[in-house]
Design a protein. Structure first.
Length: 323
């Protein structure tokens, strides 16, 4: 019996070692698994939002030997944290989230763009210009890119949002409800909030894209550790991603139908939302300049403690091979 107990103890110890190695955040792509010659790659994205829907088309263009698993999260920071911890391999997330992670020393790299746009400033029909926002209750998500976009947009119009408006800090998910209930007269938010409000009588007051940040928004991320360990896999994923993005660009009506069916979002809402997004996987000099502006403004707004060189945050070698 003593020999049996010793044998069982040894097996248990070995099992713990294997589990420990698999959960280590220091090992590249711990969520990637191989089965019978097929590699499963986990991709993180957000639910309900058409501008982060790319992973749902990955299987359509999956290369031989690669299978994709989509993992849903509630926020871009959650996706970023899952990427850097190794819980997932890639993330479709907000660029500001990746910037924030890099600023705090996390291992994160942008390897492709995904979707531009996806933000709007909307409000009551009687608010016909930015000047009409003075004295009004305006919803915004503090600490987000939208906060910066609102500030810069109003600044160009000679309006100080901290003095001329009554600001109401709200999560993205509460914006449309707050508008409908009268808690706010207008708001800036990511989709689908603006489109939901539009179906309730709101309209776009002014463009949120006339700043140095432009329309840059959603990106594809992974870790430098995975890039170093398996660049061939990263190339395959970026190529798959590019095809999914192109499909979304060429088939907006189908995207609206699929998003509505997948998440149970009102089709009329998604139809409006897809008109406010511009799928694109390319990274050019103009795009990098927009990211640099985002970094600078995030520092200015104290959303991050230190600047991040875009040259180290962005690895465009994979998209360059597709151009």
């Amino acid at each position: 019996m003593k020999k049996v107990h010793k044998l069982l103890a040894a097996v248990a110890a070995a099992s713990l070692l294997v589990l420990g190695a698999g959960c280590s955040p220091d090992s590249a792509a711990t969520s990637t698994s191989s089965n019978g010659g097929t590699t499963t790659v986990k991709i993180g994205t957000l639910k309900n939002q058409p501008h982060l829907y790319e992973p749902y088309y990955y299987e359509k263009y999956a290369p031989s030997g690669v299978k994709f698993e989509t993992v849903l999260f509630d926020s871009s920071p959650d996706i970023k944290n899952a990427v850097v911890s190794g819980a997932i391999d890639f993330g479709v997330e907000g660029a500001s989230s990746a910037i924030s992670g890099a600023s705090s020393g996390q291992d994160i790299a942008i390897v492709a763009s995904a979707t531009n746009g996806g933000t709007a400033i909307v409000g009551k029909p009687d608010i016909t210009s930015l000047a009409d926002l003075k004295g009004k209750k305006v919803g915004y998500p503090k600490g987000s890119t939208q906060e910066i976009l609102l500030y810069l947009t109003l600044q160009k119009a000679g309006i100080d949002m901290n003095k001329d408006l009554t600001l109401v800090n709200l999560p993205f998910s509460d914006m449309a409800t707050a508008y409908e209930s009268g808690r706010v007269d207008a708001f800036i938010s990511a989709e689908n909030g603006p489109s939901i409000a539009k179906t309730k009588g709101a309209h776009e007051i002014a463009s949120a894209y006339d700043t140095d940040l432009g329309k840059s928004n959603i990106v594809l991320t992974t870790t430098n550790a995975l890039i170093k360990k398996n660049p061939e896999l990263v190339q395959k994923v970026v190529e798959t991603h590019s095809k999914a993005v192109d499909y979304m660009k060429e088939h907006p009506e189908q995207v609206a139908t699929d998003v509505s069916k997948t998440f149970g979002v009102d089709k009329d809402v998604v139809d409006l939302a897809v008109k406010n997004i511009w799928p694109s996987w390319t990274i050019d000099a103009a795009y990098k300049k927009q990211l640099e502006s985002t970094v600078s403004e995030m520092v200015e707004f104290k959303q991050i403690d230190k600047s991040v060189p875009v040259s180290t945050l962005v690895n465009d070698t994979f998209v360059a091979k597709l151009s």
